[in-house]
Ligand binder design. Structure first.
Ligand code: NCD
Ligand code: ZN
Ligand code: ZN
Ligand code: ZN
Length: 355
């Protein structure tokens, strides 16, 4: 078997659930899943049960991550409906980005009032991106805030053809924005909802075939800059309950899915690396990881099985899929941290890339 060497992938949108929801995932299992998926750097979202919206909560998460992570990471601060803009100055040097939830999703963070949104944009005195959850018409609100306040807005999980169109127009106007698409919005459609049941429920929801086509088109023409998983684990029993929470896992499947598309000649290897390594690094101004690479098998298919997953919740919407690009080895800063299904790094080997 011949293996191909690629750079470590960078996933700028993950929910590792630590602290507060460690029945779903924690900083150890989440970063193990990252390594198994060829990802050597992740950014972690702030929508924990006690959200990362204060200096204190940020410090606490930094400590937890430093004790448990096996891949490198950066933390994302959350904007709060209770106005936490006072904290910005102190936390800006310690985080990778700000997250603003402009639509309802998992957790309690939601900022809807225009006055507060304006204050957040004004007070974010940083080149670091303001990541937004802004679906459909909300996306237009975020574009105008970006234009008026001259702040870099990064659109999370773009999923609609209309959103792709608006982002394209805004980029033509030289508004400072960037955008990501998730593997589930690229590889699944609303037609998969029935088959997947609660395991196909997430925000934004799976979209129509024509939306998915538009998303691929945007990815290839550069309107969509990058891929990020929005790895959002929930336990099987939570998912099977009467009120299944939103979100699906993704860290262990994103790269193999992209490499499977490479095998089908729909993307070049350079495009895959651009989408899941170079562009996230550029957009979030992340440091290079020295002596870091992964070895993947581009020759043989394997079946993705839930039982092989490292994510604590133990399921993927892509279970049963035949994929190329299995990750065989991960070398992080000169050390083999993952090989043939085994995590070789000690808890805490992962570094905070921001501070
Ligand atoms: C995410 C989660 O569970 O934290 N869920 C989701 O469906 N995407 C929140 C989010 O990214 O909106
Ligand atoms: Zn979201
Ligand atoms: Zn998310
Ligand atoms: Zn590189």
């Amino acid at each position: 078997m011949s293996l191909t060497r690629l750079p470590g992938m960078i996933d700028a949108h993950t929910h590792l659930r630590d602290p507060g929801a460690t029945q779903k995932e924690d900083f150890y299992t989440g970063t193990c899943a990252a390594l198994a998926g060829g990802v050597t750097m992740i950014l972690d979202m702030p929508n924990n049960p006690i959200p990362t919206i204060s200096f204190r909560a940020l410090k606490n998460k930094q400590k937890i991550a430093s004790e448990k992570a096996v891949c490198d990471y950066g933390l994302i601060f959350g904007a709060s409906q209770e106005d936490n803009t006072e904290e910005f100055k102190k936390i800006i040097p310690k985080v990778a980005a700000l997250k603003v939830y402009m639509d309802q999703t998992t957790g309690t963070l939601l900022v809807e009032k225009l006055g507060l949104l304006e204050k957040i944009f004004r007070m974010w005195r940083s080149e670091k991106p303001i990541m937004v959850h802004a679906e459909d018409a909300t996306l237009a609100k975020a574009i105008s805030l970006s234009a008026f306040y001259k702040k870099h807005v990064h659109f999370c999980h773009v999923s609609l053809a209309d959103e792709v169109e608006l982002i394209k127009r805004a980029k033509e106007q030289k508004i400072k924005i960037s955008a990501e698409a998730t593997p589930h919005h690229l590889f699944l459609t609303e037609n998969d909802r029935k088959r997947l049941g609660p395991f196909g429920i997430m925000k934004p929801p799976l979209r129509s075939v024509s939306d998915v086509q538009a998303l691929w088109h945007g990815l290839i023409d550069g309107t969509i800059d990058m891929v990020a998983t929005d790895h959002a684990p929930h336990t099987m029993s939570e998912k099977k309950s009467n009120k299944p929470p939103f979100g699906v896992t993704g860290l262990e499947t994103a790269l193999p899915l992209l490499l499977t598309v490479y095998k089908q000649k729909k993307l070049t290897l350079d495009q895959v690396i651009k989408l899941y390594h170079h562009n996230p690094r550029k957009i979030f101004n992340l440091p290079t990881q020295k002596n870091t690479y992964i070895m993947v098998d581009l020759d043989n298919k394997y079946e993705l099985k839930n039982k092989d997953l490292k994510t604590k919740c133990g399921w993927s919407p892509f279970a049963g899929w035949q994929l190329y690009g299995k990750v065989h080895e991960v070398v992080l800063r000169g050390k083999t941290v993952y090989k043939n299904g085994k995590i070789l790094a000690k808890k805490g080997y992962g570094k905070n890339i921001i501070s």
